[in-house]
Design a protein around this ligand. Structure first.
Ligand code: NDP
Length: 408
């Protein structure tokens, strides 16, 4: 995709989009063309544009769009004429935005897989079905370019390229050691977050999915620079793409840390029906409990100012060493400080660790480092330049050899 047009159109103006747009504006060498943002609420686009102007002196264009409306997005794309559309709205918009890209000949990138609004089911099938259409159109769609999914899969590809000849075991460990001072709040979109944590757990073992109830498997793990935390087995979308693209994987699991207060709140909310996604009748209105809950919870975008502490996210991977020296285990991870992120771009680390990879992925698609026709997940693409850019753009990582595979 190393053509002349370097213009980008970002859809969505939430916490993640704000980070990506600030980072794009700070790296004009990577984004020399127009930078535009369009979202449902124009004032949110304008607020980001003002902050970007104040911090970097760069101008970004703002537009209003309902991204569920394919015709409206096609018209917007015809006005902005971007080379690449970066979807940082919600997973519900993925298919409509991919359709608009196909109709207008524009490349596509997102950070979360499509989810039908009426069922909390995370799977790539909906987007993978579009592979042939993207391939025929000579367009590239790169899916899940956040931290997890995104960096965690690129970490796996990197270890597999340079250290191991295959992956036997992979555990993805997502720790947020941040404290925002609220009794209960989610670090990214509450609706998506709560749908994720209340979903049935699945992990991959010996060629099939093993299911267990939400939050039923807990392990304590001592995270570097954070300390011991309880982490819970969860289903997460990159498990599906990793076991598809690296079919040698025997076991793939995803773990996320939650404090006791978070678990208590989610349990109570679930028990009283507030996390439901079926509409209920209330005083003549149909309301979806989870969407109402989102409306009363703190806005994740406003947590930055008060969040202290660090995130520590990475993979522990076991497999045969490339040099034939037997089985080896590596831990590859990034540690990110909430307050440093806030100082740099005005957002907390959960938005930062998602928005920076989206910026890097967009840059690699624009300069042709990542190219191809079809629909791709990040582990299918060459990891090396992306890994260098993580170090250069605020998400440094380190890799350590462990003495044995994980024993939990
Ligand atoms: P927010 O809720 O903060 O932002 C979402 C934005 O999308 C809002 O500006 C919202 O508009 C806009 N939007 C929603 N519906 C539409 C629509 N129909 N048309 C136009 N705009 C719309 O979410 P986050 O920034 O926290 O998350 C953004 C994405 O990143 C999500 O898909 C999330 O799942 C993903 N994510 C991925 C992670 C990863 O590591 N891979 C981690 C964290 C998040 P409005 O303001 O009007 O509501």
């Amino acid at each position: 995709m190393a053509d002349m047009n370097k213009d980008v159109l970002v859809i969505g103006a939430g916490g993640v989009a704000s980070v990506t747009l600030h980072k794009m504006a700070m790296n004009r060498d990577l984004f020399p063309g127009r930078i535009a943002v369009a979202s449902r609420t124009l004032s949110k686009c304008e607020a980001i544009a003002e902050s970007v102007k104040a911090r970097t002196g760069q101008v970004i264009e703002t537009y209003q769009i309902d991204a569920d409306d394919v015709g409206a997005t096609v018209a917007l794309i015809e006005t902005v004429k971007p080379a690449l559309l970066v979807n940082l709205a919600l997973p519900y918009q993925d298919l409509a935005l991919m359709e608009a890209c196909l109709r207008t000949g524009v490349h596509y990138l997102d950070t979360a897989n499509y989810e039908p609004p009426e069922e909390a089911k995370f799977e790539y099938s909906h987007q993978w079905k579009l592979h042939e259409r993207f391939e025929k159109a000579g367009l590239m769609a790169t899916l899940g370019v956040g931290f997890d999914p995104g960096v965690t899969s690129i970490f796996a590809a990197y270890v597999r390229k340079h250290y191991l000849s295959g992956i036997r075991l992979i555990d993805i460990l997502d720790c947020n050691g941040g404290d925002h001072g609220h009794p209960f709040a989610t670090n990214f979109n509450p609706e998506i977050n709560i749908r994720e944590v209340t979903a049935e757990v699945k992990h991959w073992e010996n060629g099939g999915w093993v299911t267990s109830p939400a939050m039923s498997t807990m392990v304590e793990f001592d995270f570097d620079q954070v300390g011991p935390k309880n982490m819970y087995l969860m289903y997460h979308e990159e498990l599906e793409s990793l076991v598809t693209h690296f079919p040698e994987i025997e076991r793939a699991r995803f773990w996320m840390t939650f404090g006791d207060a978070y678990i208590q709140h989610v349990t109570v909310l679930q028990n009283v029906g507030m996390t439901g996604i079926e509409p209920v009748e209330y005083e003549g209105h149909q309301i979806i409990p989870l969407q109402f809950l989102k409306a009363v919870l703190p806005n994740p975008g406003d947590l930055g100012e008060r969040t202290k502490g660090k995130t520590n996210i990475g993979d522990i991977i076991t497999g045969p060493a490339k040099d034939g020296s037997g089985e080896k285990t590596y831990y590859i991870n990034n540690i990110c400080d909430h307050e440093e992120c806030f100082r740099e771009v005005g957002s907390q680390a959960v938005s930062y660790t998602t928005g920076v990879p989206a910026m890097i992925g967009a840059a690699l698609m624009l300069d042709g480092t990542w190219s191809g026709a079809g629909v791709f997940n990040t582990e299918q693409l060459d990891p090396d330049r992306f890994m260098e850019m993580l170090n250069a753009h605020g998400l440094p990582w380190k890799i350590t050899e462990l003495s044995a595979p994980v024993d939990f």
